[in-house]
Design a protein around this ligand. Structure first.
Ligand code: ATP
Ligand code: MG
Length: 517
């Protein structure tokens, strides 16, 4: 309708074409112009301010679409259009093969969901996905961990080795089959995966861990230990460490972390105390005690090793990730371990942007982002605060999966860090419904909106109901004749401490008992 250009055109919608869907217009005898509907408007001249006329019986409603041109197909390839479509030409709904070809969706083998508005499978290319890194960014509760697990399931099925840094213990549930979801619509068969849960802590803090993560604590070099220390440890504190280890090493015998601490204590400077605090925290955790974990064991083809950080203080988590990933990257460079992908959940804690925190793990994760591709070590970073994650790392990610983001700082960070991000896309990201993602990747021609498929394995990141629990406790108190306010303490006994899922079920069961059902 009206004026058209090689970039966009308006058209009259007579059937249906929702925002985000794809349409086509014939481009001479050779091919099709493919375009995406970016806006749909409804108008009626009878209700237009300038022509208010109560006697006008010819009032007609029109639905207009604004479509942005993606390209034109010529000889099975997509090119940039040079001619605008002709006004008056029919606009048709684009068919699956044309969309796949135009968006570059047909090449991949990692099935992550369906293209919004068209029941078309969106697939990413596994090799490039792993080698060129990915980030999953969105506000809390919008489905980051769920989406990450969908991608990880696909990677495991392609035989990729995974190492997952899991601060909240959400990934152990990948062992089990999912029972909730529209599996038929998405063509998904539930199943569990080969997952081993490692804890850097001990049996008391991580009773359900399959194994414990341990480092070799004998004859640690000053460089090794220094790389584990948080970034804010001063040069004079590091100096105390180098001095202590120099003395121990000159003795020629075997020394362990406790010997380093004892030696550092003999230092006369005040700087020693900050250093000793960090070393003692490591010693207490026991990460250097017992038999060291084999690095090769952590990257096995088609298997996931989950490093579960629950119960480990945040600064120690950074120190552990620093050592683990440095050792792994060195081993990978020398071909001593399998290639694979490292997944960093809650990445703002392990690679904080300058000014929003410090972590010992920042340098090594930056190195993997910059050089991992050459050595077959990929990176998947996940965060709820894009503005607080190191931009150096985000900008190295070739694939971005973005779910709903509303915080203006985070949206700005996305615009800055991601190529091809427009203000229009920002608007779309603010409006994304849960479980729907915007996929931006160098492998696909254009950002696409994807409804993420149901997980095959069980999701572990279940929210704990707070209001529901309070009600159950209040009801429990009332049933015993106590004031609702006084029931909180005894009420807590009715909720076992076994994790979010158990809490939900326990409170539900308790209510049923009270209500006699
Ligand atoms: N694609 C999806 N299909 C079905 N349910 C989903 C989907 N994505 C998310 N959910 C549901 O939304 C909830 C929140 O998802 P998830 O735990 O992945 O959020 P998150 O962004 O990782 O949150 P947080 O920032 O707290 O880690 C989950 O309990 C899950 O059941
Ligand atoms: Mg999460």
């Amino acid at each position: 309708m009206g004026e058209t250009s090689a970039h966009e055109f308006k058209f009259l919608i007579v059937d249906e074409a929702s925002r985000g869907s794809y349409v086509k217009v014939k481009d001479g005898p050779r091919g099709w112009i493919i375009a995406q509907v970016v806006e749909v408007t409804r108008s009626n001249v009878a209700y237009s301010i300038s022509i208010i006329d109560e006697n006008n019986s010819e009032a007609r409603e029109r639905v207009l679409g604004l479509a942005r041109v993606i390209g034109v197909t010529t000889g099975g390839r997509l090119a940039m259009p040079t001619n605008p479509p002709r006004p008056g030409d029919p606009v048709l709904r684009a068919d699956a093969p044309l969309i796949e070809m135009a968006l570059g969706l047909s090449k991949g083998n990692l099935y992550i969901g369906l293209l919004e508005g068209h029941d078309l499978k969106v697939r990413l290319e596994a090799d490039s996905f792993v080698q060129k890194h990915c980030s999953i960014l969105a506000k809390t509760g919008s489905g980051k961990s769920y989406t990450a697990a969908v991608v990880l399931e696909e990677l495991l099925e392609r035989g990729v080795a995974l190492l997952i840094i899991d601060p909240h213990g959400e990934y152990a549930s990948m062992k089990q089959k999912n029972t909730k979801g529209d599996f038929a619509k998405y063509d998904v068969t539930p199943r569990g995966y080969d997952v081993t849960v490692y804890s850097p802590a001990n049996k008391t803090t991580a009773p359900h861990a399959d194994r414990f993560l341990r480092f070799n604590g004998k004859n640690l070099t000053a460089r090794e230990l220094s790389a584990m220390l948080p970034e804010d440890v001063t040069n004079s504190q590091r100096g105390v460490l180098y001095e202590a280890i120099k003395i121990l090493a000159s003795d020629g015998g075997t020394y362990e972390l406790e010997d380093v601490i004892a030696q550092a204590e003999k230092d006369t400077s005040k700087a020693k105390w900050g250093l000793i605090g960090h070393l003692e925290a490591l010693e207490e955790l026991g990460i250097f005690s017992g038999k060291a974990t084999e690095l090769g064991e952590l990257l096995q083809r088609g298997k996931a090793s989950v490093i579960e950080m629950t119960g480990v203080p945040p600064d120690l988590q950074g120190m552990i990730v620093a050592k683990l990933l440095s050792d792994l990257f060195e081993a990978r460079k020398r071909g001593l371990v399998n290639p694979g992908m490292v997944v960093v959940e809650e990445a703002h804690n392990y690679i904080p942007e300058r000014g929003s925190g410090r972590a010992a793990s920042t340098p090594v994760i930056r190195t993997i982002a910059a050089e991992g591709r050459k050595f077959g070590l990929g990176l998947l970073v996940i965060s709820q605060r894009p503005a607080r994650v190191d931009k150096n790392v985000i900008s190295q990610c070739n694939t971005q999966i973005i779910l709903r983001v509303t915080n203006p700082n985070d949206l700005r960070a996305l615009s800055k860090g991601i190529e091809g991000m427009s203000s229009e896309l920002e608007g779309d990201i603010k409006r994304l419904p849960p479980g729907t993602a915007m996929l931006v990747s160098n492998e696909i021609e254009h950002p696409v909106t994807v409804k993420i498929r149901p997980r095959k394995s069980r999701h572990g990141g279940v929210s704990t109901p707070i209001v529901g629990c309070e009600r159950a406790r209040a009801a429990a108190g009332a049933a015993r004749g106590a004031k609702p306010g006084s029931s909180l303490v005894s009420g807590t006994k009715t909720v076992p401490d076994g994790g979010p899922k158990e809490k939900k079920e326990a409170s539900g069961g308790f209510l049923r008992k009270i209500l006699g059902k």
